[in-house]
Design a protein around this ligand. Structure first.
Ligand SMILES: Nc1ncnc2c1ncn2[C@@H]1O[C@H](COP(=O)(O)OP(=O)(O)OP(=O)(O)O)[C@@H](O)[C@H]1O
Ligand SMILES: [Mg+2]
Length: 364
């Protein structure tokens, strides 16, 4: 074939790939365009030969490779020449399956030809044993030919059944085709229907997973309620408690190492803290109400009274629970002792009653 003439024409045609659209074509050659798609445009070169011009070299290589695999069969157009961006091939004359089925029934004979086509795909080494009905042509003699085969090779993942062909047939013809497959080869039929079911299940699982991630989004919004830094007053209180707790823990630990009685240390800290709190409360009250004349002593004595009132319970205050009884473990983690050290034992207390940390409500 005279490739010089071919190249003279192809140099006058520019094909550009577009995103999710058919290629864009600028044609200064005398050739007539027969059709185009996402990868290239096809021009009539002679009565029997067309030239497919590609938007990029990789697509051209890929289609040429796929066509070359099938040259020994009579299913594909014959290839006459190739350039970096074009393939000259046989013109396929006939009607494509999409058009054909609009007016004709899917007979068992046609289904057999389609199954045979898939077998040929497998035999020649295509990775995707599948094709869209618009790329399958029925020739006047009744045999099939396929075009646009680039996507049958160099693939990572493919469906394990001819999904594209089945879905492109449409609901009714898909059922008819599958019934023909079932009659011909029940095992092949159950394999394909198995994959179809698996695919449906995979879809449902996928939808479930996607709904769950929406739930996560809802929880993310709800969990904002746990935030404490956005309100200055709450944040200050939380921070103060935190520092207070750490200080107490560290102080008790340090004093324990030096051999001090942890209870005494705790009491001293508590008293100190209460003093500080009283000072602050007093200051607050003074700034709020300058008319009320209250001294620090008043507040101190009130706190003392409150404490005594709370513990010198008329119905049976006997002292502090477990005071002085510290396990080795508690001694090490001195702070744990706080649980036992300061809540009153009552004579008639319910043993199951959970005093726990609540027994020390006044602590922060
Ligand atoms: N060998 C051929 N003989 C006759 N017509 C052809 C031939 N090859 C392609 N055509 C016509 O050109 C059109 C575009 O070709 P083709 O489908 O190969 O392009 P494509 O860009 O690879 O398509 P896709 O976007 O599906 O990949 C076809 O629909 C068909 O009408
Ligand atoms: Mg293509």
């Amino acid at each position: 074939m005279d490739t010089k003439e071919l190249e003279k024409y192809t140099s006058k045609i520019t094909v550009r790939n577009m995103e999710n659209e058919d290629v864009e074509v600028v044609n200064y050659s005398p050739l007539t365009m027969m059709g185009k798609g996402r990868q290239g445009a096809v021009f009539q070169y002679s009565d029997d030969i067309c030239i497919k011009i590609f938007g990029n070299e990789e697509d051209c290589e890929r289609e040429h490779y796929a066509l070359s695999l099938g040259q020994q069969t009579d299913l594909f157009p014959k290839v006459y020449a190739k350039g970096p961006l074009y393939i000259a091939m046989e013109i396929i004359r006939g009607v494509d399956l999409r058009e054909y089925l609009q007016s004709q029934p899917l007979t068992e004979e046609l289904s057999m030809k389609l199954i045979d086509l898939l077998v040929t795909f497998k035999e020649i080494g295509y990775e995707r044993i599948d094709h869209h009905k618009r790329q399958i042509f029925i020739l006047p003699e009744g045999n099939l030919k396929v075009i646009d085969v680039a996507r049958t090779v160099w693939r990572d993942r493919v469906y394990p059944y001819p999904r594209k062909l089945l879905t492109s047939l449409g609901k009714e013809n898909k059922e008819i085709f599958l019934s023909h497959v079932q009659a011909l080869h029940p095992e092949l039929y159950s394999e394909w229907t198995h994959y179809i079911e698996m695919e449906e299940q995979a879809r449902q699982i996928c939808q479930k997973i996607m709904t769950e991630s929406t739930d996560k989004e809802t929880l993310k919004n709800k969990s904002k309620k746990l935030l404490t830094t956005n309100e200055q007053k709450i944040y200050t209180g939380q921070l103060e408690s935190l520092v207070h707790k750490v200080f107490k823990e560290e102080w008790v630990k340090a004093m324990l190492v030096q051999g001090y009685d942890p209870d005494k240390v705790m009491d001293t800290i508590e008293q100190h803290m209460e003093k500080l709190t009283s000072k602050e409360t007093l200051k607050e009250k003074e700034s709020k109400n300058t008319d009320t004349e209250k001294t620090e002593e008043d507040v101190k004595s009130k706190n003392k009274n409150n404490k005594e009132e709370k513990y010198s319970d008329k119905d049976g205050f006997l002292g502090y629970r477990n005071k002085g009884r510290i396990s080795e473990n508690d001694r090490y983690y001195g702070f744990r002792n706080e649980r036992y050290s300061e809540y009153p034992i009552k004579e008639k207390e319910n043993k199951n009653k959970n005093y726990g940390r609540k027994g020390k409500k006044n602590r922060r």
